[in-house]
Design a protein around this ligand. Structure first.
Ligand SMILES: *[C@@H]1O[C@H](CO)[C@@H](O)[C@H](O)[C@H]1NC(C)=O
Length: 379
């Protein structure tokens, strides 16, 4: 394709530059982001974005551009795939290949192999993509004294949501924040993910951790208490904070739903434990906060019923603002963390895909399915 051709051209130009500089020993690759600009390839970054969905298999492209007909797997040729940490200060080994010897590392063990579609192909096949895989990968090809680094960014479509626990606002250090997101089947959001959320209208006046250890919040409607009425819209940045001692909220990131969120009208209001049981009785589980945000943001789910979620909070998703239901904005409305013993709400249900539906007479005509083709449901 044209894209591939442009991409190859850019890399090739860079390779030539590298050959001239190849007296500079290892470590040169750290300069590559600037080298890209030298090569006039500012669009290279965009072309090296790969979008995956959670659980899918994906190929991260990398091609060799050899000068002297050296073949892949030839003596001394080494391919090393690494992943950059969120703050880009560390590299985690993903896979190393030297001739026939290949080794994968950490969470990538058993999930990665080289595509090797032809002699110049160093692309990485990654299976069962997880939210933790999102980020920048480096494909480093060391061939004799040449050392070329190629960068690929893996992204997953999803939604960013702010989170604070029952304890209330500004109660999470960085490690608590990681756990809080994990408990909601999500990960701490990256700067890029929060930035995208801000660009699509997110406005939130509580500061939260991001996965690079910084604390920020997105403002689209500048106002006094949120960084100043005269400041421009944007991400307000508190900078890097001390991970153990500083306490904030967190921005979590989750991907689109595989299953579905739904609501069943209950004859009676339930206490929290009864709500959990009601979901199990329906062959489902009580929904978590991430599932509600995904249903709301990615599927336009809208229902004006306050309901229990798995963390003990009560919320409802509104995508069509109206009187008595989030009149001014589309939002997941937060009611609070009520006393779990109070019989005040119904539950939000979440059902995994491919679960066998139990007897569907019960309540099914009142159920509001979403996120999956309608014909999955027998009404
Ligand atoms: C992904 O690849 C694995 C092998 O690595 C395979 O077992 C699985 O079926 C693939 N999944 C999809 C969704 O293609």
């Amino acid at each position: 394709s044209g894209m591939t051709a442009a991409w190859s051209h850019g890399v090739y130009t860079c390779v030539l530059l590298f050959v001239q500089m190849s007296v500079v020993p290892l470590g040169v690759w750290k300069l590559l982001p600037r080298m890209n600009q030298t090569c006039g390839e500012t669009e290279l970054g965009d072309q090296n974005r790969v979008f995956a969905s959670r659980g899918s298999n994906i190929t991260l492209p990398c091609r060799l551009h050899r000068q002297h007909g050296m073949s892949f797997g030839s003596l001394g040729m080494r391919i090393k795939w690494t992943k950059l940490s969120a703050d880009e200060s560390l590299e985690e080994d993903v896979l190393v290949s030297m001739g026939f010897h290949k080794k994968s590392y950490g969470s990538f063990q058993g999930r990665v192999h080289l595509l090797e579609a032809d002699d110049d192909d160093a692309s990485l096949v990654l299976s069962d993509v997880s939210l933790d895989d999102v980020g920048k990968f480096h494909c480093e090809v060391i061939d004799g004294i040449d050392d070329v680094i190629h960068e690929v960014t893996l992204e997953v479509q999803g939604v960013v949501f702010p989170y604070s626990p029952r304890l209330g606002r500004y109660n999470l250090n960085f490690h608590d924040a990681e756990q809080a997101c994990l408990d909601q089947d999500s990960v701490v959001a990256s700067f890029d993910q929060l930035y995208e959320a801000w660009r699509s209208g997110m406005d939130w006046c509580n500061a939260g951790w991001l996965n690079d250890g910084s604390v920020q919040y997105p403002i689209t409607k500048p106002r006094g208490p949120c960084g100043g009425a005269n400041a421009r819209a944007g991400l307000r940045n508190y900078g890097q904070r001390e991970k153990s001692k500083s306490h904030y909220d967190v921005f979590c990131f989750t991907s689109g739903l595989k299953g579905r969120l739904y609501w069943l009208v209950q004859p009676n209001k339930l206490m929290f434990a009864e709500a959990v049981q009601a979901c199990q009785d329906d062959g489902a589980e009580i929904a978590n906060v991430a599932q509600m945000y995904a249903a709301w943001k990615l599927n336009g789910y809208d229902r004006c019923d306050s309901g229990w979620l798995a963390d003990g909070s009560v919320r409802y998703p509104i995508s069509r603002p109206r009187r008595n239901c989030s009149p001014t904005e589309a939002a997941v409305r937060f009611v609070g963390f009520p006393d779990k013993k109070q019989k005040l709400f119904g539950p939000w249900f979440y059902m995994e895909p491919n679960r066998v539906l139990p007897g569907t007479k019960r309540g099914s005509s009142k159920c509001s399915p979403m996120g999956q083709p309608k014909n999955r449901f027998r009404f």
